[in-house]
Design a protein around this ligand. Sequence first.
Ligand SMILES: N=CN[C@@H](CCC(=O)O)C(=O)O
Ligand SMILES: [Zn+2]
Length: 387
Amino acid sequence: MTARLVTGIGELVTHDERFAGPLGVLRDAALVVQDGVVVWVGPASAAPAADRARDLGGRAVLPGFVDSHTHLVFAGDRSDEFEARMAGAPYTGGGIERTVAATRAATDDELRARLAALVAEAHAQGTTTLEVKSGYGLDVPTEARLLRLAGEVTAETTFLGAHVVPTGVDRADYVALVVGPMLDACAPHARWADVFCEPSSPHAFDEDEARTVLTAAARAGLGLRVHGNQLGPGPGARLAVELGAASLDHGTHLTDADVAALADAAGHGGPVVTLLPGVELSTRSPFPDARRLLDAGVEVALATDCNPGTCFSTSMPLMVALGVAHLRMTTDQAVRAATLGGAHALRRDDVGHLRIGARADLCVLDAPTYRHLAYRPGVPIAHALPV
Ligand SMILES: N=CN[C@@H](CCC(=O)O)C(=O)O
Ligand SMILES: [Zn+2]
């Protein structure tokens, strides 16, 4: 078993309470990795001998980003829709079916190649754990196919058959399909189930429909996630609390009662709120208020939501920069949300931190401090570090 020493780390973010500040930061640090696991963390001057050593020359290291919300298996392009939005058109979810048509028509190898390219793009920017949803199939064989492909790149696969109701299909019939044959075909390939609960969209699902889908998914053994409160106030947050979902995603339009319910649940495993500021950037919409949630005691994650409609970006560094510039987060809060917050949204304790026992998923910065993630927006300073 080869022990690898990573030394010359100018600043190491660990999320280990033994070290300084809210992020557990250690300066002039080193760590030792064995079998892909962190086995020692401390000052470089006290590092043990190892079989191999790598000196990072004073660069900053943090846990690899945990992108806990993506839709990476799809075909097609909707850049025209993006441009229309920049010219003032609203986002309604109606474009999802264009991606469904292109995705159904694509071969496995075409989808696999696109997925691999997007995963590589995310990795090149420091992401080491990704969640991937289905939701661009909306029929039994295609939803199962998308989950099988997602499962080739991650264990964090999410069944999103309840993304929108396909045009021309009766709503009740579609919900029956999702909770019946589609769930049967997809559950073996999924860890999670999700629903786009947004009564203000004619395409998405209302409270009763969403509850039906999520309850059936939980019965099938899947963990729950909810797309909610994206386009306007709605039942998503309340439903996520009621059903014990791991995450309420978007959360842009939350009432005081929603925030209070999320805060009450926070002490006993309630949902993390996963904010997706790339969506507001790419739909020219008002950003959510992370500080309001954090001040109430709600755990927040930041994720990309990478998808062809509302945000075609795999960049977690961009989400950190947006969190600080537009969501009223401190840099510490945004970096925590993009690492440990994402891990908690996926109920994972082996990623998102660099305490002893963590997976050795490292993000190295071409910078002396993690603060440059917000300070240098758009500059490619973050990379996943193979060890
Ligand atoms: N809001 C619902 N689903 C995606 C967008 C999907 C699309 O427009 O293709 C989201 O999370 O933003
Ligand atoms: Zn999404």
